[in-house]
Write a protein that binds this ligand. Structure first.
Ligand code: GDD
Length: 413
């Protein structure tokens, strides 16, 4: 018997609109940050939990979407049994858990990790397990502090400082209640399934009351946050583990850049041998940089910090790249400069070109320029070409565009 199981909630194709144009060509959970799909960072963390052997990926993408990834991940993490379970439609953040409860409970696990896929995190899972064993509540929720003005975008909570018991939980409140937020990582006791049943019954009762004669089809969407966590907080069964390590949401395409940086920096702190090392006959490497073994980087280029370079990329003489993701098979011509950008698959950047975003602290937050909301990053979709000597600054460029001049703060369709 293994004591733990894990669920990763991946949502479905309709939910990644804010991740466009990158989600036009790859489902968001499989988009690479720090040289590996977003979801594989979750698996790497789960693979270090003693007594955890099975990970269920739950979403409403078609079955084939994850099959190749699961084959590769099963080779990389051989002691994890990884499977995809498909919801027939969006069942909500707890609906899929309830729907697949028999699968989840098979093998008799005692505790279950549930993780949102759209986050980048240090995943302090062992610390959460320790905290859970001490308080013995039904759920330990990972939490972090965010700037006050951003808090209402998340699930907000108030906890007792000494016992870490959650006294109050509100999903995306209209006004500020706390700067402690839910990170989308939970450790549940299996008794949670009893609470889900109660939540479903409560929902049905209230639907009956609201519209006795209109109620024909049941709303299958069960929301972890409003339908489950909130009542748990009222019943004193919800606890919190607050992390000071990194955590970020990955919602917009631009938020891939800080997520990439955070994972690369983590790997640098762990002295990971995945990262590029400075060599006498190689390019100049600054800080944390990932270069796929099949990429070719000219020795006169200067790369880093926080750069990921994908398979089969070629980078010319004197190129400078900083804080960016260069996806598969991109070509970057001599003496070009790429800053705070994502360069889409198969794109071609000419010589002496400049593709850049702006160095702001938070690429999730839109920047104001001359009173106008503007992107703080540049994202080139798949197969975009940028002509020699042009400057592309703070632009979102849809796939297959040929840019023959310079552009500034535009969405190029
Ligand atoms: N399987 C499945 N089915 N997954 C889903 C569904 C569904 O119907 N709906 C959403 N998800 C997945 C998404 O893919 C994502 O990984 C996660 O559940 C949460 O997605 P959202 O519903 O978009 O919520 P949110 O990100 O705006 O807010 C949630 O996460 C925040 C932390 O990132 C809330 O839990 C907040 O309280 C929390 O602060």
């Amino acid at each position: 018997m293994s004591q733990y199981k894990a669920i990763i909630l991946v949502g479905g194709p309709s939910r990644a609109t804010r991740f466009r144009p990158l989600s036009l060509d790859v489902p968001k959970p499989l988009f690479p940050v720090a040289g590996a799909p977003i979801i594989s960072h979750h698996l790497a963390a789960l693979s270090k939990v003693n007594g955890l052997k099975e990970v269920l990926i739950i979403g409403f993408f078609e079955d084939h979407v994850f099959s190749r990834f699961i084959d590769e991940a099963s080779n990389e993490f051989p002691h994890l049994h990884i499977r995809y379970l498909r919801e027939y439609q969006s069942l909500g953040t707890a609906g899929g858990l309830y729907h697949f409860r028999d699968e989840i409970l098979r093998g008799n696990p005692q505790q279950i990790f549930v993780m949102h896929v759209d986050i980048a995190c240090n995943f302090p899972l062992n610390e959460m397990m320790e905290a859970h064993m001490k308080h013995r509540g039904l759920c330990t929720m990972l939490s972090t502090k965010v700037p006050r003005e951003q808090a209402t975008k998340y699930g907000c909570l108030v906890a007792k400082p000494d016992t870490h018991e959650v006294l109050h939980y509100v999903e995306k409140p209209e006004t500020f209640i706390s700067d402690l937020i839910s990170c989308g990582v939970y450790l549940f006791d299996i008794a949670i399934f009893g609470e889900m049943k109660k939540a479903i019954d409560r929902k049905k009762d209230s639907q009956h009351e609201e519209s006795d004669y209109l109620w024909t089809v049941s709303d299958d969407r069960l929301r972890l946050e409003q339908d489950l966590l909130r009542p748990l907080s009222e019943g004193r069964k919800l606890y919190v583990y607050v992390t000071e390590k990194f955590w970020r949401q990955i919602k917009t395409a631009g938020s891939a850049i800080p997520a990439n940086a955070a994972y690369l920096e983590k790997q640098a702190q762990e002295h990971s041998d995945r990262l590029a090392q400075q060599k006498d006959d190689g390019p100049e490497i600054i800080g944390a940089v990932y270069i796929h073994p099949s990429a070719h980087v000219d020795p006169t280029a200067k790369i880093g910090p926080n750069v990921s370079i994908g398979p089969r990329v070629t980078i010319g003489k004197g190129v400078r790249i900083k804080n960016s993701i260069i996806l598969d098979n991109v070509h970057i011509g001599n003496a070009s400069c790429i800053l705070h950008s994502v360069i889409g698959w198969n794109s071609k950047i000419g010589a002496w070109a400049r593709v850049e975003g702006s160095p702001v602290a938070d690429h999730n937050v839109a920047m104001m320029m001359n009173g106008v909301k503007s992107q703080s990053i540049t994202i080139l979709g798949k197969e975009v070409s940028v002509m020699d000597e042009s400057i592309i600054r703070n632009c979102i460029v849809l796939p297959h565009k040929e840019l023959k001049s310079s552009f500034h703060s535009e969405i190029l369709m």
